[in-house]
Write a protein that binds this ligand. Structure first.
Ligand SMILES: NC(=O)c1ccc[n+]([C@@H]2O[C@H](COP(=O)([O-])OP(=O)(O)OC[C@H]3O[C@@H](n4cnc5c(N)ncnc54)[C@H](OP(=O)(O)O)[C@@H]3O)[C@@H](O)[C@H]2O)c1
Length: 240
């Protein structure tokens, strides 16, 4: 099975490459999803059976500050992949990586695949639009999830009042493998079985010296406060 991964240098990409060691995962420099021609060339030359589309601009501030780049990457980049797959015409299976942040983030709502997205910021808006683009290709699964790599927290502090049903990136990559094996289509939430704060997550990831912060200290674009998801279509994973 030939697998093409976009965003292979990213946090999830690193775990995907460990999980799919034979996959083809060109770097951003060698395969720019915003470049329609070169994206088509990569796909038509490699002829993948599966594309895992994880490339995106994920910074919430970055997306607000450069909306054109966010849209070109997260929405039009997805369209370029879909267009190339339609040209390839081999029924390639498309895995579109989406996020719990497509939801408004009401406290303890535990959104399922049946709930309606309601993005709070431009990043989430582009991810939601990317979902719609990906869904126009028939053999697609949209995976909504929330994860960090199991390593030192990348900021000095973590929120005690933002929550999610997080997983570690390696676990999400294994979950994606299971979804690919079953060739599920539509929307699937890959989630942990425990709601926790980002601070609790940072500690679990092994960061002993991370400080606590609250949303009162935050000054930036609106955030999804409670990113907790549930699922009606898939199993829940124990975070470990
Ligand atoms: N992190 C989370 O909590 C989270 C939660 C849910 C869903 N997601 C989704 O999961 C996916 C992966 O997220 P992540 O956290 O691994 O993000 P990340 O670490 O920022 O990785 C994103 C990757 O996309 C690449 N990229 C950006 N623009 C590109 C372009 N125009 N063409 C090709 N590659 C490009 C980046 O390459 P360069 O760095 O070289 O530019 C990077 O390798 C994203 O779709 C994200 O929306 C993330």
């Amino acid at each position: 099975m030939k697998i093409l991964i976009t965003g292979g240098n990213g946090a999830l990409g690193e775990s995907l490459i460990k999980t799919f060691p034979d996959a083809f995962a060109p770097s951003h420099k060698d395969m720019d999803v915003t470049d329609k021609e070169s994206m088509a060339k990569v796909i038509l030359d490699y002829k993948p059976d599966v594309v895992i589309h994880a490339a995106a601009i994920v910074g919430i501030r970055e997306c607000e500050e450069d909306k054109d780049k966010a849209r070109q990457t997260n929405v039009e980049g997805t369209q370029n992949i879909v267009d190339a797959l339609k040209k390839l015409n081999n029924n390639c299976y498309l895995v579109y990586m989406s996020t719990a942040c497509v939801f408004a983030g009401e406290n303890e709502k535990y959104y399922t695949e049946d709930d309606e997205p309601n993005p709070k910021n431009y990043y989430s808006q582009t991810k939601k639009e990317g979902e719609s683009v990906a869904m126009r290709y028939p053999n697609t699964v949209i995976i909504r999830t929330n994860f960090v790599p199991k390593k030192q927290w990348k900021y000095p502090k973590a929120f005690v009042d933002r929550f999610g049903t997080y997983l570690f990136a390696d676990q999400v990559a294994k979950g994606i493998k299971e979804v690919i094996e079953k060739r599920e289509t539509g929307i699937i939430h890959i989630v942990g079985d425990k709601r926790m704060s980002m601070y609790e997550l940072a500690i679990l990831a092994g960061s002993k010296d991370v400080g606590k912060m609250t949303l009162k200290e935050y000054n930036g674009p609106p955030l999804t406060v409670d990113m907790s998801l549930s699922t009606k279509r898939w199993k829940k994973y124990k975070i470990e």
